[in-house]
Design a protein around this ligand. Structure first.
Ligand SMILES: Nc1nc2c(ncn2[C@@H]2O[C@H](COP(=O)(O)O[C@H]3[C@@H](O)[C@H](n4cnc5c(=O)[nH]c(N)nc54)O[C@@H]3COP(=O)(O)O)[C@@H](O)[C@H]2O)c(=O)[nH]1
Length: 799
């Protein structure tokens, strides 16, 4: 790993050096050559300053030496002036090149040839003024020739310059020799040396040969250097091509964060051009979320640490977030200063896919809520948090009441939308820190964190029940749904999350058993019931075949005449080991499993048959009231079943009463209106059971084809002591009267309750005050034992 990183670091360093040159203009051959030429000219300018300084120092030293020596200054004023003018010319054009070399080079095409020729002329003047044939300055020709080899591209031109230098030198010697130019006599030199043709020829030959050699060798060396630099350039171009066509994002920046290089992929992904990027800071393109981590990593890299791959979010032009994964490494750039190199890959899409997969794996696709996996994870987190801060966690287990009916009757699309709406309302009922999850069909869980008291939990449960009580509008259906909530507390009820879920589930079943639309806190004694529930679940399927069901009957009494108006059929289960099981314990189970449909049909048939038997026994005709479950009510063949049962048993429809709870009817009022009308058309009496617990309004009631409202026993129980219950009971009676409906109160146990109901003009009563539910065999005796037997029933003709 370290080895790989080291190799990567070296590679990036070499990239840095190469890119330095590339950045300086080697991207296109033309601009590259121009840049290179500029660089060379500038180098020559610098060398010329050095040469001028050296020559100047020498001249000054030599001049002052002569001046103070016995020889004295031997140059005439005009010669000094000529020398000064010559030196000034060199200085002037060098200064010109130095200050404006870029512009000058761009303007003049042959500036290089021009300045070399100028240099040769000036050297010739220098040689002339320093003694001509005896001058020590002839090597400067060689320097100018080497300068030409460095500046001029073509070899021939360089050779020409070499030859031209020799010609100029020869011309000078010849002109001086033949007296066309006065010779400048130099001290320490034998007079007449310039007159000696032999010496002149040799010195000229030597200088020319050396100059020619300098031209040939210089141009050769320069061509070798150029070839190598061309090869380097090509390799750099290839590298540049590689970097720019690389799919990965490559960038380099100074330790202060200034961006120095970005490749094509980087530009495409981030949306900035290379030029714009140079104005940016590395820290500026890092998303605030990643900045702190990147800063820390950068500090470690600059301190020499080798880092593992890093993930960060960059901000592209326009503000889009780009997630990248890559590594940073510290190196040097072409100038030898510290540079940080980064190579990374755009993983935004991968991250999105990963996030999507995570979502799919941890969220419910229908509602978008956390699913069971994420819920358990959140529960675990909530537990840890509670341990740390000494808080409590409440786990709510919710099961929608009779949701299956909506799904089965209105179809899954409607059911799905209803679940989505329920999910939204649940989320609105809790704080952001809490978790609402969907863990099954119509099962939701809520994790409430930072709980200080049970009252807080109760408040949330009540809030949920209230929120769900508002009707849902789904595909033009007005739907009413309630929920049963079981609550388990951590750490009180259990330490283990799975057990907490189980306990909340057990409590939820108790809430269902208590009539639904309520919440229950888990208490340990519920465990025994859970075992019983399991036993009931397994044996319920066989109960019908094993003829374990019994029907008990409870009379309904006219409040004024005290006559029996009807007998309500109430189901019991004679379990082989558990004994007589109450319907509240197994009806919810039967509804969940769908067994309620055959069981309900069995009760209907048994009750009708029994009523028929009572008639045959000579008892006066009276209605038999049968409870219809929500599941039965939604069955498409309900009317066929009723007709068949009536036909099979031969019971007059007028002697049958069906009790349907308000909440069942209100679950889908439009549907209920149609079914109730059809039932009533058969001549059957219809009662709305548990009235007051649902959410029907006067507007709804007017549309329903019903005969009786049955006040729920929860209002009757405290009617004498609870003014609210009394007000509700009175309001129901008033509502019934105004709609011409009979009103019956159930659960009447005391004379006080009876008196209240009688004073408030309730029509009928039912309850333990008159009789508890009894087996069919006892009904005849019960009826015969009463002085006033049965109220006369107006019969319809059977269909
Ligand atoms: N779908 C079907 N539901 C049925 C059927 N048989 C019964 N049920 C429903 O089960 C619930 C519980 O019924 P049960 O335990 O039989 O209780 C009934 C009475 O025993 C009880 N009652 C009657 N008088 C009094 C009283 O004075 N005090 C008191 N505390 N309880 C009393 O009330 C129950 C009758 O309720 P209701 O039906 O609302 O008239 C119950 O909801 C039944 O509807 C069945 O065959 N199918």
């Amino acid at each position: 790993m370290a080895q790989t990183s080291l190799t990567g670091s070296r590679w990036l360093d070499s990239v840095a050096r190469r890119l330095k040159h590339l950045r300086e203009g080697l991207k296109s051959p033309e601009s590259g050559r121009l840049e290179e030429f500029k660089a060379r000219t500038f180098l020559v300018v610098k060398c010329r300053w050095l040469l001028l300084t050296l020559v100047g120092i020498y001249c000054l030293v030599a001049g002052s030496t002569y001046y103070v020596s016995r020889i004295g200054l031997f140059l005439s004023p005009s010669q000094v002036m000529f020398l000064v003018v010559t030196a000034s010319t060199v200085i002037a054009y060098n200064l010109l090149l130095h200050l404006f070399y870029q512009r000058i080079i761009c303007c003049f095409r042959f500036i290089n040839v021009f300045q070399i020729v100028l240099d040769l002329l000036l050297v010739t003047v220098l040689v002339h003024l320093s003694g001509g044939a005896s001058s020590w300055f002839w090597p400067v020709y060689l320097i100018v020739t080497i300068e030409a080899a460095f500046l001029i591209e073509g070899k021939r031109e360089v050779w020409f310059v070499g030859a031209f230098g020799g010609i100029l030198y020869g011309a000078l010697l010849a002109l001086e020799h033949f007296g066309f130019i006065p010779n400048v006599p130099m001290p320490f030199v034998e007079p007449g040396l310039h007159q000696d043709p032999h010496y002149i020829l040799l010195v000229w030959l030597w200088v020319s040969l050396l100059n020619a050699a300098a031209a040939v060798i210089g141009s050769y060396f320069v061509s070798v250097i150029e070839r190598e630099s061309e090869a380097t350039r090509q390799s750099e171009e290839r590298l540049m091509g590689f970097l720019d066509t690389a799919n990965d994002l490559i960038l380099s920046f100074s330790p202060e964060g200034r961006l120095r290089y970005v490749n094509e992929a980087w530009q495409q992904v981030l949306g900035y051009t290379a030029e714009e990027a140079k104005e940016l800071s590395f820290f500026g393109i890092i998303h605030p979320d990643s900045r702190e981590r990147c800063n820390a990593e950068l500090e470690r890299i600059l301190a020499g640490d080798v880092l593992s791959p890093l993930e960060a979010t960059l901000v592209a032009k326009g503000g889009r977030s780009i997630i990248v994964e890559g590594s940073l490494t510290c190196g040097v750039d072409g100038e030898g200063s510290t540079a940080v190199w980064g190579i990374c890959r755009d993983i935004t899409e991968r991250k999105q896919v990963e996030e999507q997969l995570y979502r799919l794996a941890h969220h419910d696709t229908l509602t978008g809520l956390p699913n069971r996996i994420l819920f358990l994870d959140r529960l675990q987190q909530a537990k840890a948090h509670a341990n740390r801060y000494r808080h409590h966690v409440a786990l709510m287990f919710l099961d929608l009441d009779r949701f299956k009916i909506i799904n089965d009757t209105l179809g899954h699309p409607v059911g799905d939308k209803l679940l989505q709406e329920v999910a939204k309302r649940l989320v609105d009922c809790v704080r952001e820190v809490d978790t609402v999850a969907r863990i099954g069909g119509d099962e939701f869980t809520v994790v409430l964190v930072n709980i200080d008291s049970v009252e807080d939990v109760k408040r949330v449960a009540q809030k949920i029940l209230k929120s769900l009580s508002v009707p849902f509008m789904v595909d033009s259906f007005e739907l009413y749904i309630t929920t049963s909530i079981g609550i388990a507390l951590y750490p009180g009820d259990d330490e283990n999350p799975d057990n907490l879920v189980k306990k909340a589930d057990i409590a939820m079943y108790h809430a269902k058993g208590e009539g639904r639309n309520t919440f229950k806190f888990y208490v340990p004694k519920m465990d025994a019931n859970a075992d019983k529930r399991l036993l009931l679940e397994t044996s319920l399927r066989k109960a019908l075949d094993n003829e374990e069901f019994r029907v008990y009957y409870q009379p309904k009494v006219d409040i004024t005449t005290k006559q029996i108006t009807a007998m309500e059929a109430l189901l019991r289960w004679q379990h082989p080991t558990l004994g007589l099981v109450a319907p509240s314990e197994f009806i919810p189970l039967a509804e969940e499993t769908g067994l309620i449909v055959p069981i309900g049909e069995w009760v209907l048939r048994a009750a009708c048959l029994q009523n028929r038997k009572w008639l045959e026994m000579g008892l006066p005709p009276m209605k038999v009231a049968v409870n219809l479950s929500g599941y039965q009510f939604q069955q498409p063949n309900l009317l066929d079943i009723i007709r068949t049962v009536l036909a099979d048993t031969g019971l007059d429809p007028g002697l049958l009463e069906l009790e349907i709870t308000e909440s069942v009817i209100m679950q889908n009022p439009d549907f209920a209106v149609a079914v109730l009308a059809e039932i009533r058309d058969l001549g059957i009496h219809i009662s709305i059971d548990d009235f007051g617990t649902g959410y029907s309004s006067l507007a709804h009631l007017k549309r329903f084809s019903i005969n009786t409202l049955k006040i729920d026993k929860s209002f009757v129980r405290d009617v004498e002591i609870n003014s609210a219950d009394a007000a509700i009971a009175t309001a129901i009676i008033a509502m019934g009267n105004s709609l011409n409906l009979k009103v019956i109160a159930e659960g009447v146990e005391t004379e006080g309750q009876l008196t209240f109901l009688s004073e408030n003009k309730c029509d009928e009563v039912q309850g333990f005050l008159f009789s508890t539910p009894m087996p069919s065999e006892d009904v005849a005796d019960f009826l015969r034992g009463r002085t006033t037997l049965v109220a006369p029933v107006s019969l319809n003709s059977a269909p």
